[in-house]
Design a protein. Structure first.
Length: 335
């Protein structure tokens, strides 16, 4: 009897000693045109129908669902993937299929989603583990261009909640206007989205100067482009830190050029071990080899995407995921 007790204690003791932190992984992934096969009136989804120019069908759709699951699990690795932010999803149905028709359902996620006014019908969404994050509020912030009232774009998703039953997080998910039509022509729209985002963040930071803020998304701009600099310059009430730089590589490629459109920002207090019990570390681009393919035309590699032009090649996405770890350091009171 005493020997059994001794063995049990010997097994548990290292676990207790090592459990000085909790780790939550946050990922963002542009999943490249995750459309279902059903026509949605009022959106331009015709090319992603069985009779459309891409001959999109159930087989291709579920192949993509399964490949995205594989990519997500590789990002998760051994950590709790507490947050999975997505863009280029057509509707809540495709997000639900990704969650409930793969083993992702085992991890206890809830979905935050709302149909956006985007003309193509692509939306943003956030999946979060209810065991890790207690959602308190959410808002879809509209982006209406006063200088082009006919153009519609994605809302910005804002949610607030408590992580690890301890600290409040404010999270913003973005998919800013694309460069379709040319960089200079579309630049004012990204700059305008930047001011909308900055204004909302400032409203939060003015109420709570110590607010812990995460901003993620596909910004369709590099860190040095005017949309990002406008965003950072207009967040006056709090300092935001970019976690990824162009020196770390890119997340999408056009011809021979890599771009870092998928980015992560946090309030400065989340990088300071002394400022809060939460600390962000290990921000990375998930450039796994299976998400890449040889770039025969321009050299090097490129994302292994679903379509190459009109040709179906059965890959994952034209963007690479990005992720970071949120670490909760236990205080003496917790121990």
């Amino acid at each position: 009897m005493f020997r059994v007790v001794y063995i049990v204690v010997g097994i548990l003791l290292p676990v207790l000693v090592c459990s000085q932190t909790e780790v939550s992984r946050f990922a963002f992934y542009n999943v490249e045109n995750l459309f279902d096969t059903i026509d949605t009136p009022g959106t331009r989804d015709g090319e992603f129908l069985p009779e459309g120019q891409r001959y999109w069908n159930s087989y291709k759709y579920y192949q993509k669902i399964n490949k995205l699951y594989k990519a997500i699990m590789a990002v998760k690795e051994w950590e709790n993937l507490s947050f999975l932010a997505l863009c280029e999803v057509e509707n809540k149905t495709v997000v639900s299929n990704l969650l409930y028709k793969t083993p992702l359902y085992k991890f206890g996620y809830e979905i935050i989603h709302q149909e956006s006014p985007d003309e193509r019908g692509v939306d943003i969404a956030l999946l979060y583990r209810t065991e890790d994050f207690d959602r308190k509020a959410q808002e879809f912030i509209p982006v209406h261009f006063p200088f082009d009232t006919t153009d519609k774009t994605r809302d910005i998703l804002y949610t607030k909640g408590v992580l690890f039953n301890t600290d409040t997080l404010h999270i913003y998910i973005n998919h800013w206007p694309s460069r379709y039509g040319g960089y200079m022509k579309t630049k004012p729209k990204r700059e305008y989205a930047a001011t909308i985002l900055a204004s909302h963040i400032d409203s939060v930071a003015r109420k709570n100067p110590h607010a812990q803020i995460i901003v993620a998304g596909d910004f369709n701009d590099d860190p040095s482009d005017s949309g990002i600099t406008t965003f950072l310059e207009n967040t006056e009430a709090t300092a935001l830190i970019p976690l990824l730089t162009e020196e770390k590589g890119g997340t999408t490629k056009y011809r021979s050029q890599w771009y870092l459109f998928d980015q992560l920002f946090v309030s400065k207090n989340l990088t300071d071990r002394e400022a809060t019990s939460l600390q962000v570390k290990n921000a990375s681009i998930a450039d796994f080899s299976f998400l890449l393919q040889e770039d025969e035309r321009y050299g090097g590699t490129k994302p292994f995407r679903t379509y190459s032009g009109p040709r179906y090649i059965g890959g994952y996405s034209d963007h690479l995921p990005v992720f970071m770890d949120i670490i909760k350091h236990k205080s003496n009171a917790d121990e």
